[in-house]
Design a protein around this ligand. Sequence first.
Ligand code: BDR
Ligand code: CA
Length: 316
Amino acid sequence: MVNVLMFTDPGIDDSFAIMYALLNPKINLVGIVSGYGNTPKEISVRNTVYLLNLGGREDIPIVAGAAGPISGEPVRFYPEIHGKEGLGPLKPPDDIKNVKVYDFNKILEIITQYRGNIVIVSIGRLTELALMFILYGNDALKDVSAFYIMGGAFLVPGNITAEAEANFYVDAIAANSVMEKAHKVYLFPLNITNRAIITPEVINFLSENSPTPFRPLIKPAFDYYFHAYQKNVPGIKGAPLHDVVPLMSLIDPDLVKFISRRVRVEEFGTAKGKSIADFRPKPDPEPIDSMEHIGMEADYQKFVVQFMEVFLRRSE
Ligand code: BDR
Ligand code: CA
């Protein structure tokens, strides 16, 4: 069982990732940091509260993350992809149980509690992780065993600009700082997550057969997200659930194949958010400690099978 602290911005694929983490018996979710990203911070926190309510896991601490990027630039949200309330057409009911939402200091407390046996899975903007280094120094996250991060696009088109992926773009300063300061980083860029596609057929089957408390959410949330993808990527057969990939790779180390390179993120200008790594046949030598592990290939059939298994699993 792996102890996981998630940094997220639900959002539809984030919600699937949270549900996946709650349902997978090999994952012990020890906290969720919910910040701005796909939606404003308040909506992101409320959606996390709702998902934990539905799952009967109000014991998992929720931390309120950042409201915007380090640069102070205004933030744009994505209702056309994730819905006005971040869950497609759905809105959490008004009577969801109120839970305590912690402030930022709680993050360090959780990391200390699970020191040496805790993986950070980051599937939103990287502002909060960068803030950890700003607030507590470069050693702040030394007790974290590894970082599994959804972000970046290497030598392939971006999804928010021609060259940049959304999690890297929106706070490019934070993304670059995390690449520089965090150790044991496993990256899950669009190169692979764009192909981690779940089809409407799979979703229809799960929405009829999933024995989990999340069953009513599965279809309406997915359909909304899929329709947005159909508009943006004509001919697409399903929707990529980007944020599920790092969690699944953590549990099944054979799912994704990595290439180790030093990664930097362009912070400013027209190429803001661009992922940079040296893929020349003879790259400039870099110390091994400064390298990130970039996911470049994945077993997509296995992705679908394991996704279904988790959503069809009866809890003991
Ligand atoms: C990433 O950006 C967000 O919109 C998704 O939730 C995912 O984390 C994909 O670029
Ligand atoms: Ca996300």
